[in-house]
Design a protein around this ligand. Structure first.
Ligand SMILES: Nc1ncnc2c1ncn2[C@@H]1O[C@H](COP(=O)(O)OP(=O)(O)OP(=O)(O)O)[C@@H](O)[C@H]1O
Length: 310
């Protein structure tokens, strides 16, 4: 009888997604998505609704089978269940018991994980403190704000101290202060050695990740450290000053060198193909508008890449 070699606990990447393919009828949710996470790394899967983020996370959590490619978590096929207790999952709709209090929910999950009483007590104290829910232990889950609810869900997903944590859009629908707190928590966990994969539809959150994979239509359009991706951005970003907004929108949408146009406060921000500034400036000058250079951000990068990919 032959045995597959057991991977040593510290060896190899924590998470591997290799050319993952998954279809739902005629819909291709994953179309060759690949990325990897080293141990102790925080990777953001950033992409719009329907990009395939949830499907990728579900495949890595062992909740659905792939039609092609490979998923590995801590060296094992997630479907095998081999590493289930080393994995934490916070799905988009995290099912807490809404009629139970904060403490009762934690207790429920502790029983699910069969945690010894003393271990549970110690972890509960710590998780309540870091999520700052310690003042609300008697509040029912359905009376928590959106941000507090997510933090309780996070605490429940962490009770068994997973080595790898998968979070599906944890900041969706959460106010900006709680969003910042959630990100700070994730960085703390990573600092403590945890591997974290987090999905988000918010482009501005890309900058909070140590690495991001930009997902669009089931594939990664870009993968790298956010600062480096922006630094390598070859197109040019401008603010548009003056002009009538409606006529400008039409002119910019029709111009082949304009890769993206999006509102930036009261103004428009455009991404222009490298070297095409003068050409675009000439096209909008008759409308009384001009271009002023600005710094590209992750949204510019993303919109430009989607346009190129199309
Ligand atoms: N169980 C399913 N049955 C049919 N289609 C599905 C199913 N799950 C996902 N899809 C489709 O697969 C595509 C990718 O969906 P997925 O939920 O992975 O995207 P997402 O990036 O997580 O976006 P969202 O934030 O909207 O969940 C979408 O077109 C979606 O409608």
């Amino acid at each position: 009888m032959t045995h597959e070699p057991t991977p040593s606990p510290g060896a190899g990447p924590a998470v591997v997604a290799r050319a993952m393919v998954r279809r739902f009828g005629a819909t291709v949710a994953l179309d060759g998505l690949s990325f990897e996470l080293a141990r102790g790394e925080l990777l953001g899967l950033v992409g719009p609704d329907g990009a395939g983020k949830t499907t990728a996370i579900r495949a890595l959590a062992g909740l659905l089978a792939l039609d092609g490619g490979e998923a590995r978590v801590l060296g094992a096929d997630p479907l095998s269940g081999a590493n289930r207790e080393r994995l934490g999952l916070m799905p988009q709709q995290y099912s807490l018991y809404r009629d139970l209090t904060v403490e009762e929910n934690l207790h429920f999950f502790a029983r699910l994980y069969v945690l010894p009483r003393a271990v549970y007590r110690e972890r509960k104290e710590r998780l309540l403190a870091i999520t700052r829910l310690d003042r609300f232990t008697d509040r029912r889950a359905d009376a928590l704000s959106g941000g507090m609810y997510k933090k309780l869900a996070l605490a429940c997903a962490l009770l068994h101290e997973p080595e790898v944590l998968l979070l599906d859009e944890p900041t969706n629908g959460v106010d900006p202060v709680s969003r910042r707190e959630l990100w700070a928590l994730l960085h703390e966990f990573v600092h403590g050695g945890m591997t974290v994969l987090v999905s988000t539809p918010y482009m501005d959150e890309a900058e909070r990740c140590s690495r991001v994979a930009l997902v669009h239509r089931g594939r990664a359009l870009l993968d790298g450290e956010p600062g480096a991706l922006i630094a390598r951005f070859e197109d040019e970003a401008y603010e548009v000053h003056g002009g009538d907004r409606e006529r400008l929108d039409a002119a910019l949408a029709a111009h082949p060198a304009v890769l993206a146009a999006s509102p930036a406060g009261a103004r428009l921000k455009v991404v222009v193909a490298r070297g095409a500034r003068d050409e675009v400036a000439r096209a909008i000058a008759p409308l009384g508008a001009e271009l002023e250079p600005t710094h590209p951000d992750f949204e510019d990068l993303f919109l430009a890449r989607i346009r190129e990919a199309a």
